[in-house]
Structure formats: C-alpha cells, structure tokens
Design a binder for this molecule. Structure first.
Ligand SMILES: Cc1cc2nc3c(=O)[nH]c(=O)nc-3n(C[C@H](O)[C@H](O)[C@H](O)COP(=O)(O)OP(=O)(O)OC[C@H]3O[C@@H](n4cnc5c(N)ncnc54)[C@H](O)[C@@H]3O)c2cc1C
Length: 380
C-alpha cells in the first residue's frame, strides 16, 4: 500500500530507465543533459549495479587480430569494420565524457599471444591493417615477438606476440562511480533494489511495475528505455538476446611482474591484463557454452581451473602467485554481434546485447538511445 504523498512524489516521471549499467546510466545522463527540466528515474534491481558493467575486465579495446579474422568468417567486411569503428569512437566518447583520471585510463597497449596453430593469422596482419587504416590513420597491429622472452611467457606455447598501441585499460569500478557522480550532479533519481517485472505502453504514458515483497508499485512515465542487457529475456522473451556468463580471477600483487598491458588469446576467448602488480584473467566460456548460457552469478570449478592452468603453463611458468578473488558477470549475445538499439513502441526504446565489448560501445549506445527517445514528441 502506498500513500498519496508517495504516489504524488515518487511514481510519475518524464523518463524511466530500467537498468543502471553503463548503457542505462549514459542514456539517463545524455537525456537529462538535453532536457534539464525533465524528471528522470533509473530503476535498478540490485543494491549495486548488478550486471556486467561492474564485473568486467576493464579492457579498452576494439578487437584482436584473430578475433577480427574470425569475425570476417561470419560477417560482411563492412560490418566488421563498422564494429571496430563503433568501439574506437565509443572509447573516445567515454574518455571525453569522464576524463582519463576518473577512469584511471592507461594506454599501455594491447598484445595477442599466438600459438603455433594460429601463426597463419599473422600472415593476414597486413591485410587487416589496410582494412582498418581509414579508422586509425595508422597500421594498428605490429609484430613484437621479441618481447616473449622479456615477458617470461612459455616459448613452447607462444610462437608470436602481436602489438596494438591504441589499446588501453580502465578501472571498471571507477568508471561506474564517475558515471554515478554525474547522475547525482544532474539530479537524476535512482532507486536500487527494485526489479521491474513488467511494463506497458498505455498509449498516453508508460507503466513499469515492480512487486517488491509482493507489494505492487506502478511507476509512470512519458517514455521508457530498457537497458537490462543480459536480463532482457525476463522482460522480453521474444527478443534474440542470449545470456553468456564470463568468469574472472585476480591474483594478489606479484613481485617483479614482467609485463603490463592488456593481452588476448585464442580469438578473444581468453584475456588477461595487469592491474598494478596483479594479473586479472578471464574467459573460457567456449569450454562449456551450454552451461555458461545462464544468468546465474557464480564461478565454476572447471573454468576457474582452466584459467589457473593457463596462468601456470603459459603466462607465469616461472613466477609464483596466489589467487586473491574470483567472480562472474553476465554478458548478452545473439546471432549478430551488433547491439540492438531500437524503438519497441511510440514511447519505449531498448539498448541491449553489448557482447564482450560494452566498455567500448556502451556510452555510444547510451548516446544513441537518448537521441532516439528525445526525438519522440507527443501532442498533449
Ligand atoms: C567477466 C566480464 C568481462 C568483460 N570484459 C570486458 C572488457 O574488458 N571490455 C569490454 O568492452 N567489455 C567487457 N565486458 C562486457 C561489458 O561489461 C558489458 O558489455 C557491459 O557492461 C554491458 O553494459 P549494460 O549497461 O548493457 O548492461 P549491464 O551492465 O549488465 O547492466 C544491466 C543492469 O540492468 C539491471 N537489471 C536487469 N534487469 C532488471 C530489471 N528487470 N529491473 C531493474 N533492473 C534490472 C541489472 O541488475 C544491471 O545492473 C565484460 C563482461 C564480463 C561479464
């Protein structure tokens, strides 16, 4: 049961954004900047943002050589180029909006470890550099195999090392904290611990309903944006958005860690980076696609053991380390790599399916979504 005062004060908005990940926060910010007098509410089901945006690896990247070659097998060349461009522009956008200090952005470069079976990809480096030249005005990938020794990788496992000087890394928590700071500065309202279970376009407004403790609360707004990424099917089962769990672990600080940067392996299926003197490593979802098609937030023994064996055998064969923490986050995939950004009705828009690239494209998607929803006009 709610009071007249609660109903009058907390249930009517100009825009409701469902989900407080990078896409939801950016959408709310961009919209409020365009419409400072509008009331904007973000509704988040977790106590903290509970999606991928606070659980990711913090790679500011746009595709390794083997990932891009792999994409060319299943997508038209123009689409592959367009995704790289979206990621590159999205990162610029994020850095401009929040500033490198707030993000703890460090352009330490990105590397890719190439095994013996993958050396054929290296033969395509010139072709891919040419393909991406219009975006970077530069050759993106170069051979840095001389660093394999310096970095201490197992030479039997790593035949070549490729370098991309444009890649960087961020502190994921600081990014989200900086976005939340702007949300507060702009007087955007945010309610956490509240799951929206259904929403309807009523023709003259939108209603979003939550059933906390079995008590229904209806929030009304002129417009609504759905930014729930991997949890889309719970609200819209007909949309092609498939959850995919990503598992990660981080070590305690390692003395004399011989490398810094972001590192990719095996077409993007594994990745690791330094955070200070620690290593964060993740991936391995392809080892159990079926089991990892889930929204359950937990790590599993086989995948964590696989990540540890890669650390032991390939990355740190001679250096002792201890695991500090492990965790999981949920991404969203589909038959296409491109995100879904579209209107669902005259008052409701959606921006979901960021794959493993939401740090890069999330702010750009939020931008686009805010433009789409801003362009909607109604007659009173
Ligand atoms: C382990 C891991 C590593 C990754 N590494 C990288 C990386 O290095 N670089 C990169 O670019 N990308 C990376 N990603 C992907 C990136 O994190 C995501 O693409 C991005 O965060 C998605 O942002 P989002 O705002 O769309 O969704 P999310 O961050 O998932 O936000 C959706 C929010 O909606 C909320 N929500 C869901 N349903 C409801 C509901 N019904 N009512 C209210 N709230 C709801 C959720 O609680 C969540 O907070 C990684 C992802 C994972 C899991």
């Amino acid at each position: 049961m709610i009071s007249f005062w609660e109903k009058d004060t907390f249930t009517h908005y100009n825009l409701i954004v469902i989900g407080s990940g990078i896409v939801g926060l950016t959408t709310a910010i961009e919209y409020k900047e365009k419409h400072p007098n509008n009331r904007v509410l973000i509704v988040e089901k977790g106590t903290l943002p509970s999606g991928a945006s606070t659980k990711n690896a913090g790679f500011a990247c746009f595709g390794s050589l083997t990932e891009i070659c792999d994409d060319l097998e299943s997508m038209p060349k123009e689409e592959v180029i367009s995704i790289v461009e979206k990621r590159f522009k999205g990162l610029k956008n994020l850095r401009n909006k929040l500033g490198d200090n707030a993000l703890d952005f460090q352009q330490l470069g990105g590397y890719e470890l190439i095994t013996e079976e993958q050396t054929h990809y290296v033969n395509r480096m010139e072709e891919i550099n040419e393909m991406l030249y219009p975006i970077f005005n530069d050759n993106v990938f170069s051979d840095r195999s001389e660093d394999i020794d310096t970095f201490g990788f197992n030479k039997e496992k790593v035949q070549k090392l490729l370098f991309n000087k444009y890649e960087g890394q961020i502190h994921t928590g600081k990014m989200m904290s900086a976005l939340l700071k702007i949300v507060r500065q702009l007087d955007i309202e945010i309610i956490t611990g509240t799951e929206i279970e259904e929403f309807y376009d009523l023709g003259d407004r939108v209603v979003c309903s939550s059933y906390n403790n079995r008590k229904k609360i209806d929030f009304y707004a002129d417009k609504c944006c759905i930014c729930v990424n991997a949890f889309t099917q719970q609200l819209l089962p007909q949309l092609e958005v498939i959850p995919g769990r990503g598992q990660v672990l981080i070590t305690h600080p390692i003395s004399n860690l011989p490398f810094k940067g972001t590192f990719h392996m095996d077409r993007g299926y594994y990745y690791f980076r330094n955070y200070g003197d620690r290593i964060l490593i993740g991936g391995g979802r392809h080892l159990d696609y079926k089991g990892e098609t889930t929204t359950e937030l937990k790590t599993t023994k086989p995948i964590i053991e696989n990540l540890i064996s890669i650390l032991n055998e390939t990355i740190l064969p001679d250096i002792p380390y201890k695991v500090d923490m492990k965790w999981a986050g949920i991404m969203a995939f589909g038959d296409k790599k491109m995100p879904i950004i579209k209107l669902l009705s005259d008052r409701i828009a959606i921006g979901v399916r960021m794959g493993g690239m939401g740090v890069a494209i999330g702010s750009q998607v939020g931008n686009e979504l805010a433009q789409i929803i801003s362009a909607l006009e109604y007659q009173d």
